[in-house]
Design a protein around this ligand. Sequence first.
Ligand code: SF4
Length: 280
Amino acid sequence: MPENLTTLSQSSLQDYQDCPRRFELRYLQRLAYPAIETEPALENEKHQQEGEYFHRLAQQHLIGIPAEQVGRLANTENLQRWWGNFQDFRSLGDFGSLYPEITLSAPLGKFRLVAKYDLIAIEKDRAVIFDWKTYRKRPKNEWIHVRWQTRVYRALLAKAGAHLNSGSPFTPEQIEMVYWFAEFPAEPAKFPYKADQFKRDWDALTKIAEEISHAATSAGSTSLTMNFPKTDEVSKCSYCPYRSYCNRGVRAGDAADAELETEAEELFDVNFEQIGEIGF
Ligand code: SF4
């Protein structure tokens, strides 16, 4: 097993599922993940930075900094609108005990499965996972449901969340995941969980971890390119930052679609100290 591949996350698993070659370039070769080349470039980069900054504002408020104080940092039109929507959302009810920006992990085969949550809220015997999204398009629930994020976040909370529940693991039925869309505040996507889904998810995670481990370990004897082939679905390439490495065209895809397909990995790519210094 290569030394630099010790953890798996929803993002790396999604990359592996979408295109093994992208996984290899990003997580084994560690090629810098270039900015998504969509047009207009500057506007898209700003939108992405605003999304990251919004996460920081939400987190600061959730750890106890008053809304008025945090709201003063919402210094662009988008941020002001999202922040306003977030205030309305928060005033809807009591979220119980809040764990913002919490990281959970558990062994998964030869790896550790790691996830950083925007918020886990515990209310009595229920755990609700919240994830903030600043997408320009509201994705369909069917699309979100099968993403690795939805599967990993719920499964990992069932597996590794006992310390948030007085030492007893949450049963899958006690867990729900809610995606809240800053642009579509009245249309959150909610995904409850069940024991048979948890079993299916954990079995699938174990299988994919074994497959990745095998591909990465046997790469010395064959070649990485053979073990991590390019996707047959050429449409995936329209949004992929590695197009130039793969001779898969130069035309960039639509920016709003790209942000769904190649969302940055919040756990590893976002440096909050740097984000704090971004000016708009
Ligand atoms: S350009 Fe296409 S084949 Fe190459 S890494 Fe990206 S998705 Fe995979």
